[in-house]
Design a protein. Sequence first.
Length: 469
Amino acid sequence: MGILFVASLVSYQTNAQQFTSFVKQFISVNADTLALIHAKIVDGTGNASKNDQTIIIIKGRIAKAGNSATTTVSQSAKVIDCSGKTIIPGMVMMHEHLFYGESLPPNYLGLEMPISFPRLYFAGGATTIRTAGSTEPQTDLNIKKSIDAGSMPGPDIDVTGPYIEREFLPIPEIQFIKSPGEAEKEVAYWMERGCTSFKVYMNITKDDLKAVITLAHKNNLKVTGHLCSITYREAAELGIDNLEHGFIPSSDFVTGKKVNVCAFGAVTPSLKKLDVNNEAMKDLMKFLIEKKVTLTSTLPVFEPATGREMIPGGGENALALQVKEAVEKTYNGSLGKDSSDAALFKKEMVWEKQFADMGGRLMAGVDPTGNGRTIPGYADRHVLELLVEAGFTFPQAVKICSLNAAEYLGRDKEIGSIAEGKRADLVLINGDPEKEIKAVRNTEIVFKNGVGFDSKKLFESVNGKVGLY
């Protein structure tokens, strides 16, 4: 099939996106017609990879994807030889805060990173992100606006509203609610201002959750949660769409748990006691699947210290010096002392694989909070490594980080997989992650709407900035 015939079948955007001179410094490829030839393709569907493939992009959309030997390339196309390289869909990552949290005693700091984080996520291959809870929603909305306008480099952003939470943990960034009515008002306020999803937190009541879900669903928006006071089963019964952090926050197994009360400090021990093949856990998985509840895996933020990198996926150069020193001190203090946490981490990997194998929809994110070790971009690529470690094939891991999330967002007609007619959101990787998974760290070009951004330049532009801005 010739390229001219293909073009007649696809509806293309007519106006190329405009970029400021600042953003243009990161663009390495920008052509109306582009041919990526002789690449290995992992298309995001979970199906087997294909070798020696060519992708034709016209005005930001995929016009053709097929075998290089039979795909016609127009003489006017800009051609990039991708021999020895792999292309995956732009990642759709679902727990990507724009603030950096350090649990470094005695303070919890939720510091907004409006400059460094959007670039880091994008450099790591995330072309679409959901913030999954905001401490500065007005800032996140303005960042989204700037990216959409072409004045900042970064991914498309689904801005989640502020945490819906009652007073509990001493987190000064949260405006606590006191009733279901206040929860509803908060959702209405931020929905009107452009937030497109909402997140409930650890100390709400079932009535609070019901109010949030009812209003969000009335407006075709979705609700996720990092829970404690409400069990997973209770939340699923009330109609929650998504649960964060896999099964690690699940309070369903706390003995004697009281209704609407967070048994803080008892959740993790209850899970550590469970056998990895516990039947009650499997029953919970079945119930969540029956209720169509999606889980978000956030393995990097739970990664133990012993036997692991200080910064999961690398990225030490991104940290401001004083922040790096604090993170390193905490990391060194945990070495050899976190065996039970390491065991739970491995157990969580197994549970996520069991859930997916049973038919549950699993998505992924990085959650750059905790003890400061999780750095956007670097951790996003590392998620693929961890999912493979958990037993998923590389194509399955890519699907978790792309099409599954696109389907959840209702955007799978546009993004999430490599298919004719879809947006050309792609990641070009130097090497073959199916042969050596750490090749995922070799991101070269991140394409968004067919415009290629230099991954290395994006990463280097914010070296030493994480923890500052």
